[in-house]
Design a protein around this ligand. Structure first.
Ligand SMILES: CCCCCCCCCC(=O)SCCNC(=O)CCNC(=O)[C@H](O)C(C)(C)COP(=O)(O)OP(=O)(O)OC[C@H]1O[C@@H](n2cnc3c(N)ncnc32)[C@H](O)[C@@H]1OP(=O)(O)O
Length: 122
């Protein structure tokens, strides 16, 4: 019962994903229960969104992969109550190793957070 994507997880994020033209995409609006600082989304949950959209880039192509390494750059706070667009794409890789990048965009196009990760096919 995945915390990020299972529709049956009562405390989960219930994310849904699509993959088109090599880009995996989801949307999420954080509520008060997802805050760290007042008005700002918790950084661990931001990382969850980014990790999951990259994992789903693989999964929607029939590849089961686990996160082996992930770096997240928090450039600006992510506000709660605002629809976020979360996207991922492949940046490299060889054999079992997939290198991916993900970002969160605000409605005005600003990108407050982005991440890079390495996934290993399992
Ligand atoms: C609907 C479902 C959708 C999917 C949902 C997924 C959930 C979201 C994604 C996650 O959050 S997964 C949870 C967080 N991640 C983990 O818990 C992973 C914990 N780590 C492991 O289980 C293992 O380390 C791992 C499976 C990632 C790799 O173990 P393996 O035994 O399969 O591989 P190994 O360690 O032998 O490494 C294989 C090769 O990759 C290389 N490698 C491993 N990590 C690397 C790294 N970080 N960077 C570069 N190379 C790396 C390693 O050096 C080696 O190179 P060589 O083949 O040349 O010897």
């Amino acid at each position: 019962m995945c915390f990020a994507c299972s529709p049956r997880n009562p405390i989960g994020l219930h994310l849904q994903f699509s993959l088109e033209d090599g880009v995996c995409r989801t949307t999420f609006t954080a509520g008060e229960v997802h805050q760290g600082w007042n008005g700002c989304m918790h950084g661990g949950l931001i990382a969850t969104l980014l990790d999951e959209v990259m994992a789903q880039w693989l999964w929607l192509q029939g590849i089961a992969g686990m996160t082996a390494e992930m770096t997240t750059r928090f450039s600006r706070p992510v506000p709660v109550g605002v629809p976020l667009e979360v996207t991922a794409r492949q940046t490299g890789g060889r054999g079992r190793l997939f290198e991916l990048a993900a970002e969160i965009a605000l409605p005005d196009g600003q990108v407050p957070v982005h991440a890079r990760a390495k996934f290993l096919k399992v």
